[in-house]
Design a protein around this ligand. Structure first.
Ligand code: ZN
Length: 91
């Protein structure tokens, strides 16, 4: 995962918001947007759980198995859809 910061305004150097990886999802009940914070994994920990090495340049994050809408409290099982999956849906 690569992140690029934009819009650096002068005089705001002391006002820093720490951004974290997150997963965005839309609630199928109320239609509103939700975010779940991603849990970053150390490569050494992952390699201790699997056989072999992981991609040195990759970042590894976990998402929750169950999510709950912050607005209407509906619960859903979670699955991950990355950009590759979205491109295949468009074809
Ligand atoms: Zn909802």
């Amino acid at each position: 995962m690569v992140a690029i910061g934009v819009l650096l305004m002068s005089g705001m150097e002391n006002m820093i918001a720490r951004l974290h990886h997150a997963f965005r999802w839309d609630c199928d009940v109320c239609g509103r947007e939700n975010f779940e914070r991603a849990i970053c994994m150390e490569k050494e920990y992952i390699e201790s759980k699997i056989e072999g090495e992981v991609d040195k340049d990759g970042e590894y994050v976990l998402y929750p198995a169950l999510v709950s809408c912050k607005h209407c409290s509906a619960q859903f099982l979670a699955t991950f859809q990355d950009l590759t999956d979205l491109e295949e849906e468009d074809e």
